[in-house]
Design a protein around this ligand. Structure first.
Ligand SMILES: Nc1ncnc2c1ncn2[C@@H]1O[C@H](COP(=O)(O)OP(=O)(O)OP(=O)(O)O)[C@@H](O)[C@H]1O
Ligand SMILES: [Mg+2]
Length: 289
């Protein structure tokens, strides 16, 4: 299949339309007079784990921010659970890119996770039907549940500033999950994690997808730690997007079309994908920033 310039091709998985959590149609974003991307068509279903890949500046974070309703579209539409993003903000768990805590940060992990409950709709029916004490108990149980799901119980009561990057990351994922979101957006959650922790976080995210039926969009620079966990990828480059299964999207011909340059994709004997021919191919961590 060829990809005409300026066109996004979506290879959608099967499923009922009622399962669609995030849908973009002909979406375009212009920032500072420049088109970041255009003609993006995309569907992510409940329980689906989608990785968002592409070089620096391709528009991955911008795409996530349009789904959150933080960046307006210049063309096309975006729907989250069938509504405008601004109407469904409380249904989305969000981990923004590049967060870190000063070593002096004294707030405990468990309190950080609890902050995720604030401002959300979760617990509101309880506020009506149950007393404040019952609500606090249920909230405490919910916080404990996500901390345990994230595998962070052992250090959740320590000050967050004392924890390692990987430990902080798991608590932040727990925070993004505490309101039981239908959609989870994680912008480079594997950033600065070592390989074992990348695998742990990838497995954790897949578990959240499977157990809670959450639609996950995870931005990453390297697809390799996610292989074996994800369902599909969205590849952004050259102002266009291509979505589909890894083996259909991360191929020499498809990426060459997207980048408008000759790209080769090699598969190592242990199954890792190596994208060659682009200075910012997604497996190169060393070129960032
Ligand atoms: N507020 C803004 N005004 C103007 N241009 C912007 C703004 N925000 C982002 N951009 C530009 O939009 C493009 C996409 O940025 P974005 O942060 O979405 O890229 P990214 O794919 O997430 O990159 P990275 O891998 O470095 O995180 C970049 O060229 C960036 O400079
Ligand atoms: Mg980004």
């Amino acid at each position: 299949m060829t990809v005409p310039a300026g066109t996004a091709v979506t290879l959608e998985s099967g499923g009922r339309s009622g399962d669609v959590a995030v849908a973009l149609r002909g979406a375009a974003v212009t920032l500072g007079g420049q088109t970041v991307f255009s003609n993006v068509d995309l569907e992510v279903r409940r329980g689906e784990f989608v990785a968002v890949l592409g070089p620096n500046g391709a528009g991955k974070s911008t795409l996530m921010r349009t789904i959150l309703g933080l960046v307006p579209l210049s063309a096309g539409s975006v729907r989250v659970l069938g509504h405008e993003p601004s109407e469904t903000r409380s249904e989305i768990g969000y981990l923004p890119q590049r967060r870190s805590f000063d070593s002096e940060t004294r707030i405990r992990g468990v309190d950080l996770v609890r902050l995720g409950l604030e401002g959300g709709r979760w617990g509101l029916p309880l506020a009506v039907t149950a007393g404040a004490r019952a609500r606090r108990r249920i909230e405490r149980e919910r916080v404990e549940e996500v901390i345990s799901l994230a595998g962070a119980a052992a250090y959740a009561t320590r000050p967050i500033g004392e924890l390692s990057g990987g430990e902080q990351q798991r608590l932040l994922i727990a925070q993004a999950l505490v309101r039981r979101p239908a959609v989870l957006i994680l912008d480079e959650p594997l950033d600065s994690l070592d390989l074992p922790n990348q695998a742990i976080v990838a497995a954790l995210v897949q578990r959240v997808c499977a157990v809670q039926g959450v639609a996950v969009l995870l931005v990453a620079h390297d697809v390799n730690p996610l292989l074996g966990y994800l369902d599909r990828v969205i590849y952004l480059a050259g102002g266009k997007a291509l979505a589909g299964p890894v083996q259909e999207v991360i191929t020499g011909p498809k990426l060459s079309e997207l980048y408008g340059a000759r790209i080769e994709v090699l598969r190592t004997s242990d199954g890792r994908l190596v994208v060659v021919g682009s200075p910012e191919a997604p497996h190169h961590h060393g070129h960032r920033h």
